[in-house]
Structures are given as C-alpha cells and as structure tokens.
Design a protein around this ligand. Structure first.
Ligand SMILES: Cc1cc2nc3c(=O)[nH]c(=O)nc-3n(C[C@H](O)[C@H](O)[C@H](O)COP(=O)(O)O)c2cc1C
Length: 178
C-alpha cells in the first residue's frame, strides 16, 4: 500500500460509517487516500471525518474548486473503491449516468475498481439491482457481494456490507498485482 493512491467513493448507505474504518486502515498502511462523497452520503457521515482521516479535502461537487475534479481524481488514483455502494449508484454506474462527481469519476477511471454494495435485503434481491450488478461484473468491476446478517432497518438477510478488513484485503491484493 505504501505510496499507492486509493480513491474511495462513499454513497448514501448507512454502512458509510464503516468506511471511516476502511479509510483509516488504508492511511495507516501508507496509502494516499482521497474521498469522494455523494450528497446522500453526507447526510449519514460528515465529510470532516474523512478529511481528518486523510488530511485531504473531500470531493463533493463537479463544479468545485478544482478545474476538472472528475478527471484529475481519476488520473491520480491506482484503484477506485466505492463503499458502501447504494442501489442508486450501482444503477447509475451500470448504465453510465454521470450526474454527480462520483458517477463522473467512475466513468473517467480506467484502473481496477472494487464496489461493496449494501442495502436492505429486499432491495438487494430486486431483479433490477441484480441485473445492474451483473452488468458491472461484466464491465470488470470487482463486486464484493453483501453478507447475510443484521441490517440497520432491523431485518436480517443479505445486504450487509462486507467488513472494512475484507475490503482492505481485496484492495491490497489488487494493488500487489497491478
Ligand atoms: C437512513 C438511510 C439509510 C439508507 N441506507 C441505504 C443503503 O444502505 N443502501 C441503499 O442502497 N440506499 C440506502 N438509502 C437510500 C439512499 O440514500 C438513496 O437511494 C439515495 O438517493 C442514494 O443516493 P446516492 O447513491 O447518490 O448516494 C438510505 C436512506 C436513508 C434515509
């Protein structure tokens, strides 16, 4: 991880709080980490948390202080990880929509990509979500299928984001090969 650049996308799932542990682990392993959040994600975790952990500003807007943030962030990164990945983000990525910074960065990025979906079990089982996930696998994204277990809505079932440790291990393995 030392000296490698990891771009972490955070979307609006309750598991966003666990992504802080992933980011901290990456920084402790010597990676440079930049974070891009969707607006929904900022309702769940404050950008300041990620700014404090990474020492870098969090990307939020396409039309922000950097002239071409979607292209620059993608060029700087060795790997893109989106955790948690909402049903909405998966759908946008699967059909190539680019209506916010993260979805636009995704289209601009040509390196290895790891998505960790997380959602309510009924959402995860919906045919549309499964179709989008298959499309993304076919497009070369490493999808870490959510686990079965307790969900924040109080239900049990598939939809729980894989652990930050597991995501870290997958990223470390990808960067080793790259
Ligand atoms: C408290 C709360 C938790 C949510 N958790 C999830 C989730 O785990 N997965 C998901 O797909 N959507 C979840 N949503 C819905 C998304 O936030 C919503 O679809 C939003 O439009 C996603 O936007 P984004 O993909 O741009 O982040 C949640 C909404 C709320 C209010």
């Amino acid at each position: 991880m030392n000296g490698r650049e990891v771009l972490v996308g955070v979307t609006g799932g309750i598991a966003a709080y666990k992504t802080a542990a992933l980011v901290s682990r990456l920084v402790q392993a010597g990676a440079g980490v930049s974070v891009v959040m969707t607006h929904a994600a900022t309702q769940l975790v404050g950008p300041k948390t990620f700014e404090a952990l990474t020492g870098r500003p969090v990307g939020l807007e396409v039309f922000g202080p950097r002239p071409h943030p979607h292209i620059e962030l993608a060029q700087e990164a060795d790997v893109l990880c989106v955790a948690p990945a909402t049903a909405n983000f998966l759908a946008k990525a699967a059909c190539g929509l680019a209506d916010d910074l993260l979805s636009t960065v995704y289209l601009s990025f040509s390196g290895p990509m790891v998505f960790a979906p997380a959602m309510n079990a009924r959402m995860w089982e919906k045919p549309a979500v499964q179709r989008n996930c298959q499309q993304l696998r076919d497009d070369g994204v490493v999808l870490l299928d959510p686990e079965d277990g307790y969900l924040s809505c109080g239900a049990r079932g598939p939809g729980r984001m894989v652990s930050p440790e597991r995501i870290f291990d997958v990223l470390a393995e990808l960067l080793e090969k790259d």
